[in-house]
Ligand binder design. Structure first.
Ligand code: DAH
Length: 341
């Protein structure tokens, strides 16, 4: 066997393989294959004994030189690879301090919640306490105790979501009146913001879920004038100081007398326009003097106390304030629209 020739072949093959290495694992594999304990060059060195004595020295020199050469090629390729890995790491970890900063995008409260907070704050300023009631209500609190007759259409399961026998997703915040009055003696002065549910098909003015704020004031000698004065302040705070109000007689089972509150039109100030359907007025909320039967249900003496109550739809007020024609706009959650409100 021509050791010299063999050594040249190994050297060439190994040098090629070393150049092709991309990782330190590749380097290790090439090292094992050629100069490891069972590597091709090592095996060749073991055969030195078979070489005739006069050629052995020369052959040994060639083999050892080849081994040294390969070892040094391996070492330098390994350093190259290690250096390029270090460079990659450095590049990926550098911070370019000259780049312009990224502005964090600020969140914003939803218009419904902004209006809700604003209204709640007006009543806090008038001395009302804020309480909440459950969204799953008893049929009794939602209807019976509020003096709804058994045949009243809003009890119908076409109109209300019944979740179990005797339980309903509250269709208004009024049942909180019952809870509050049952849990404390007069005087009572509370507002109750909260989510309500009705089996309505969504359209421009209806949703299956919406927010209301209930108000209740019970004491000795609370009068319709107190109600009107309170709502006048509410209207001027929320819609502007020039806002006029009027009561229109209405019917609710739990108030007597009952009324709807109108405000002067926000667009035409009463002259008549499309928004107010040329009436000059916009309907805002329902209200009235607490019905004696409601007092009876909660154990209050209806000869000793009187009270007023009101209930408003928060989305309706948000629509009036922000000039939104379709209530669904509020919950399509198009941030371009919501950010503009
Ligand atoms: N609960 C009524 C509704 O959802 C609103 C309402 C009207 C509440 C008159 C009241 C009230 O407290 O006195 O339509």
């Amino acid at each position: 066997m021509d050791l010299h020739n063999e050594a040249v072949k190994i050297r060439e093959a190994a040098a090629k393989a070393i150049q092709a290495c991309r990782t330190t694992e590749d380097i290790e594999a090439v090292r094992v294959k050629y100069v490891g304990r069972k590597g091709r060059l090592t095996q060749l060195l073991r055969k030195l004994g078979d070489v005739p004595a006069e050629q052995r020295k020369e052959a040994g020199r060639i083999l050892n030189e080849t081994k040294e050469e390969l070892t040094s090629l391996l070492t330098s390729r390994r350093s190259e690879i290690e250096e390029s890995v270090r460079q990659q790491v450095r590049a990926s970890e550098t911070i370019d301090v000259t780049l312009p900063g990224r502005k964090p995008r600020l969140g914003k409260l939803h218009p419904t919640l902004r209006v809700l907070d604003e209204i709640v704050n007006v009543f806090i300023g008038l001395g009302f306490a804020v309480v909440e009631g459950p969204e799953i209500e008893t049929e009794y609190n939602n209807f019976d105790a509020l003096n709804f007759p058994p045949w009243h259409p809003s009890r119908d399961d076409f109109d209300s979501f019944y979740v179990a026998e005797g339980y309903v997703l509250r269709t208004h915040t009024s049942p909180a009146q019952i809870r509050v009055m049952k849990s404390q003696d007069p005087p009572v002065r509370v507002i109750v913001p909260g989510r309500c549910y009705r089996r309505d098909t969504p359209d421009a003015s209806h949703l299956m879920s919406f927010f209301q704020i209930e108000g209740l004031y019970v004491d000795h000698d609370v009068s319709l004038a107190d109600l009107k004065g309170t709502l006048a302040i509410f209207a001027r705070e929320v819609f502007g100081p020039q806002t006029k109000i009027r009561f229109r007689p209405h019917y609710f089972p739990f108030t007597e007398p009952s009324a709807e509150l109108d405000i002067s039109c926000l667009v035409c100030a009463g002259k008549g326009c499309r928004l107010c359907k040329h009436s000059g007025w916009l309907e805002v909320l329902g209200c009235g003097m607490v019905h004696p039967n409601v007092f009876k249900h909660v154990g209050y003496d209806h000869r000793a106390v009187t009270g007023f109550a009101f209930g408003l739809g928060v989305e309706r007020i948000a629509m009036l304030k922000y000039g939104i024609a379709d209530i669904r706009t509020l919950y399509e959650n198009d941030v371009r629209v919501l950010n503009g409100l």
